[in-house]
Ligand binder design. Structure first.
Ligand code: CA
Length: 420
């Protein structure tokens, strides 16, 4: 059973109780609210003991946890499931907007000396550092304004992922204890990501660097600290110097789109033999990384990318292939590389949660294994879509679309094909 902290429910119960003048109900509602806060306070008391035993000073705990109450806003953010999925093009247009490219070019120029210093040290080219910085906080313009200690304490108290967030809360307290940043400045995202490159507290402890040499690691106010930290973090995640993230390629019209699974590395000459060319239609450069994977983030009409090891490094920072393409593409734009060769199709539209569930149900009813009908497009759902497309002679891009859903709706299901 999930114990759900819900002051709003308690408040509405109290309101209903007042309206119908039922003193008993009201007393019960107030009791629930009091119980919620008592159980948070008793959880917090235990947590303080643990933090003390792990070496965090009493003074820091006293200051940081004083008068702390859980935040309902944080719990709601944690439980929110998006109603609509964004397509690759919708995502990319927001993530790599002309304004973000323009501001990125200014930073790429302004921070040149610092970026060269960081590249020398950690092997990560400046354009990528600026791209991460832009993706995470719009070059430090928006680092999040929620108090980190309250967010993490709420999520650590909530049973859902308590162990993970308790560790992050301990790490955040350790950062305060070290004196890197004052409590008032320690603000960030609802999930606890902090500063100009949005590090979680445990990564802050492990990877954040004092880039400006003032003796403190402050990822909010120091750009040198933020960019040195991003460089060191990427190096530790396995960044390959002298290698790009990937590149846009052209596929022949009879290409087997099922090969674009984003997972299977193949020798460069194999892709070449299958007719894969660079976006300008030229032979693949033999200097590219040797065993790239093929990614098709939109449908078969959209752009295709051969991606290298650094693509996987970017996904270790944030495990999303849309994010990884956006970082790589933004870095390319900062270096004045070519824009994408494909533009957004007019019928490009993300599916709603309900439509994805229907898609999964329709596939499942036709004998294609989708796993759980959960409204999430994962590997199994994509494989089921490909199998359906292959059976009906459609390009097997594994891409969930309204068109595909309509095709499924008009395809007889297995049960209706069987003789009654
Ligand atoms: Ca510093």
């Amino acid at each position: 059973m999930i114990v759900f902290f819900s002051p709003r429910l308690a408040k509405s119960l109290a309101l209903i109780a007042c309206l119908i003048s039922a003193p008993i109900l009201q007393a019960q509602a107030e009791a629930t609210l009091a119980e919620d806060s008592r159980s948070f306070q008793s959880w917090l008391a235990d947590f303080k003991l643990r933090a003390l035993s792990e070496g965090i000073s009493a003074a820091t705990l006293e200051k940081a946890l004083h008068n702390l109450v859980p935040s309902e806003q944080i719990l709601q953010s944690d439980r929110k499931q998006p109603e609509f999925t964004r397509t690759f093009f919708q995502y990319l247009e927001a993530a790599v907007s002309p304004l973000r490219v323009e501001n990125g070019k200014i930073q790429y120029q302004n921070q040149r000396a610092l970026l060269e210093e960081v590249e020398q040290k950690y092997g990560v080219p400046g354009a990528y550092l600026v791209a991460f910085w832009g993706m995470e906080t719009n070059y430090g313009r928006f680092t999040g304004n929620l108090p980190i200690i309250q967010s993490l304490a709420t999520l650590a108290y909530d049973p859902r992922r308590s162990a993970f967030f308790s560790q992050e809360l301990l790490a955040a307290l350790r950062i305060l204890d070290r004196g890197d940043v004052p409590l008032e400045q320690m603000q960030g995202s609802w999930a606890g990501a902090m500063g100009q490159v949005q590090f979680m507290p445990s990564n802050y402890l492990k990877y954040a660097i004092d880039g400006d040499g003032d003796g403190k690691v402050n990822l909010w106010s120091s750009v040198p600290d933020a960019l040195h930290s991003a460089g060191y973090f990427l190096q530790q995640l396995g960044w390959q110097p002298n290698q790009d993230w990937g590149l846009e390629v052209q596929l022949p019209s009879d290409f087997d789109f099922a090969l674009a699974d984003g997972k299977t590395p193949r020798p460069l000459q194999d892709w070449q033999a299958m007719g894969v060319r660079d976006a300008q239609g030229k032979t693949l450069d033999a200097n590219y990384a040797q065993n790239p994977r093929l990614v098709l983030p939109s449908d078969y009409r959209g752009p295709a990318f051969l991606v290298f090891d650094n693509f996987r490094v970017i996904r270790r920072w944030n495990n999303s292939s849309h994010y990884a393409i956006a970082v790589g593409y933004l870095a390319d734009q900062l270096r004045n590389k070519a824009a994408l060769s494909k533009s957004r199709p007019t019928d490009d539209q993300g599916l709603s949660l309900i439509e994805i569930k229907e898609l999964q149900t329709q596939l499942s009813q036709r004998g294609y294994a989708v796993g759980e009908v959960d409204g999430i497009i994962g590997g199994q759902t994509r494989a089921a879509i490909r199998a359906f497309q292959q059976q009906y002679g459609l390009p097997a891009d594994g891409y969930p679309s309204i068109k595909l859903l309509n095709q499924l709706r008009t395809t007889p299901s297995k049960s209706s094909l069987e003789p009654s």
